[in-house]
Design a binder for this molecule. Structure first.
Ligand SMILES: Nc1ncnc2c1ncn2[C@@H]1O[C@H](COP(=O)(O)OP(=O)(O)O)[C@@H](O)[C@H]1O
Ligand SMILES: O=P(O)(O)OC[C@H]1O[C@](O)(COP(=O)(O)O)[C@@H](O)[C@@H]1O
Ligand SMILES: [Mg+2]
Length: 320
């Protein structure tokens, strides 16, 4: 049975990662395991930036955004020689298994390490909600709250000036932050990779909101990586009765104190990760499916088709 485990955070940080680190550390130390924090993701694993965590090291972090362990992106980790160096460091510290808190990229690293003999369990820490094996990722709820808070504020100023706010939100290729915030804030238009983007059709709809529906404002939420929102906002000014203003919410979406939902989710998932490692399981990732915490093989999780949001998109259309 494993006696010493490591924990790291990798990829973009997400609110609730600290709650997950705390849960892993507390659940594990309470059953007599030793826990080591690996700093700055896989980079710290390669460089041996590793330090023991005690129950005190994870005090007062449950409510903090970011990650006390730091995070990083290390593309070279795809190289087996680099991973061998990482495993040498793990051996040096006597770490037999690792909990990896991150997104799909981090899962690939975790699977590669498991294939090389170090059992790893992935926890879905990303604001993007882009992991198909879980109904929700750690950080999504907090980021969504941040976006909705911004949207509410933008509506105030937009309706005072007969403006159209074009708001770019994160999500990588996943439209969940855009669609869920659109539903929550009563936006006029949501554009995601699933809805597609037809510029002239969107401009037509905006003219209709102005001329036919006599709306004082319009909120357009658009997922990142679809179009240049500054240029699009200028076209709104040029071709509709609204004056267009672009807002790129950016990294503000990644920060802040996690919601209770994220704290509880992270705690439940952290517990499951330790349980799986204690059962000798590796190469799995933890998810929540219909309210139940489950372990899913990472390979399977990475190959699942992304969730379709057609139903929610239809609902959105019926609410405008
Ligand atoms: N195919 C892979 N093999 C090994 N490691 C990988 C692989 N893909 C990504 N990683 C590691 O995971 C890190 C985080 O991945 P990234 O996609 O940036 O973020 P996220 O995990 O949040 O999706 C990468 O910087 C790299 O170190
Ligand atoms: O922090 P960076 O390097 O600017 O990356 C931005 C990207 O990271 C994210 O915030 C989170 O993505 P990951 O969870 O995959 O790391 C994406 O929404 C965004 O596209
Ligand atoms: Mg990702």
């Amino acid at each position: 049975m494993v006696k010493r485990i490591g924990v790291l955070t990798s990829g973009g940080d997400a609110p609730g990662m600290n709650a997950a680190i705390r849960a892993v550390t507390r659940v594990a130390t309470n059953i007599g395991l030793e826990v080591y924090g690996i700093y700055d993701g896989y980079r710290g694993m390669v460089d041996g930036k590793i330090k023991q965590l005690t129950r005190e090291s994870v005090s007062d972090i449950l409510d903090r955004g970011g990650t006390i362990l730091g995070s990083a992106r290390l593309p070279e980790f795809k190289d087996i020689e680099v991973r061998k160096k990482a495993i040498e460091q793990l051996d040096k510290f006597g770490i037999e298994a690792v909990v990896v808190i991150g997104g799909d990229g981090s899962y690939r690293g975790a699977l590669a390490l498991t294939d090389m003999g170090v059992n790893c369990i992935g926890l879905p820490g990303t604001i993007d909600n882009d992991i198909a094996s879980t109904d929700e990722t750690i950080g999504f709820s907090t980021a969504l709250n941040t976006v909705v808070d911004a949207m509410d504020k933008l509506r105030d100023t937009s309706s005072s000036h007969h403006r159209c706010s074009v708001v770019e939100v994160m999500g990588n290729r996943c439209g969940d932050l855009a669609l869920f915030s659109g539903l929550s804030s009563g936006a006029e238009i949501v554009i995601t990779s699933e809805t597609g983007f037809d510029e002239s059709e969107v401009l037509d709809r905006l003219r209709e909101f102005d001329v036919v529906k006599k709306k004082n404002h319009a909120l357009v939420i658009i997922s990142e990586k679809i179009t240049d929102v500054e240029i699009f906002a200028r076209k709104v000014s040029q071709f509709t009765g609204f004056s267009g203003r672009a807002t790129i919410l950016g990294h503000v979406q990644r920060g802040g104190s996690p919601t209770p939902g994220d704290r509880v989710l992270a705690s439940r998932m952290g517990e499951k990760a330790v349980d799986l490692l204690m059962q000798g399981v590796g190469g799995q990732c933890v998810g929540i499916q219909r309210g139940e915490i489950v372990g899913v093989p990472i390979e399977e999780a990475l190959n699942m088709p992304s969730k379709s949001r057609k139903d929610l998109q239809n609902l959105f259309d019926r609410l405008v």
